[in-house]
Ligand binder design. Structure first.
Ligand code: AP5
Ligand code: MG
Length: 215
């Protein structure tokens, strides 16, 4: 049973690592970004609201996020644990989630903060492509899919996210600094934080995370 939070700026490699970690530990990968993008694609009321914020690189309001995640981790497929990718994103979300954990008698094992300098992040984001179906990230230069435009794993369409244009990415970095980076101190204070150097290769970062999470 493992409950893990992945923290880190846009492009740090949360999605890249999450797919691998979820597979190794047989826990569910929950990406709030992927959930919102699926809702946008389906044109649900939640998707319509979320899109207004996402397209500008802003955070979706807390009240649309907290219950969604708490309901999701309460489902049976999370009985063996889960990995939260992109949640919490504000101190309000972290406190709300801690109150939920306490109510349900559960605890987080670790919050893994993947640290990467901004000048490395920008080219990662601009070159990123993502599978529309399963969310797996690729990169046009460093990690292209075997067949252009087609996901290696599920055969879905590989596309560029609407919020990966340079201007929007810079906005997302700003939002991260202002609203999400305070979580580093929040989790440090309660002794649940581990910092990982995300500038290494994806394989090295994965090994470092596994060393931290144990068997
Ligand atoms: P979300 O989808 O969570 O985006 P993000 O946090 O900005 O992070 P990214 O997905 O962009 O980056 P990543 O760390 O997953 O990097 P990746 O592995 O893809 O959120 C999108 C939006 O949804 C938000 O802006 C907000 O509007 C909304 N939202 C979501 N959650 C919310 C919440 N809780 N509250 C409010 N709003 C919320 O890697 C990036 C690229 O780098 C890829 O091309 C990859 O191939 C490459 N790469 C990865 N690792 C390496 C490496 N080690 N070396 C070289 N290249 C690498
Ligand atoms: Mg991601």
């Amino acid at each position: 049973m493992k409950r893990v939070v992945l923290l880190g700026p846009p492009g740090a490699g949360k999605g890249t690592q999450a797919t691998r970690i979820a597979e190794k530990y047989n826990i569910l990968h929950i990406s709030t970004g992927d959930i919102f993008r699926a809702n946008v694609k389906e044109g649900t009321p939640l998707g319509k609201k979320a899109k207004e914020y996402m397209d500008q690189g802003l955070l979706v309001p807390d009240e649309l996020v907290c219950d969604l995640v708490e309901d999701r981790v309460s489902k049976e497929d999370c009985a063996n644990g889960y990995l939260l990718d992109g949640f919490p994103r504000t101190v309000f979300q972290a406190e709300h989630f801690d109150a939920f954990l306490e109510r349900t008698g559960a605890q987080l094992d670790k919050t893994v903060d993947i640290e990467v300098a901004e000048d490395i992040l920008l080219p990662r984001m601009i070159g990123r492509r993502v599978c529309r179906q399963c969310g797996r990230p690729y990169h046009v230069l460093t990690m292209p899919p075997k067949v252009e435009g087609v996901c290696d794993v599920c055969g879905g369409e590989v596309y560029q996210r609407a919020d990966d244009r340079e201007e929007t990415v810079l906005n997302r970095f700003r939002v991260y600094q202002e609203q999400t980076s305070p979580l580093i101190e929040y989790y440090q204070k309660s002794g649940r934080l581990a910092v990982i150097d995300g500038s290494k290769t994806p394989g090295e970062v994965f090994d470092d995370i596994c060393a931290l999470l144990g068997e």
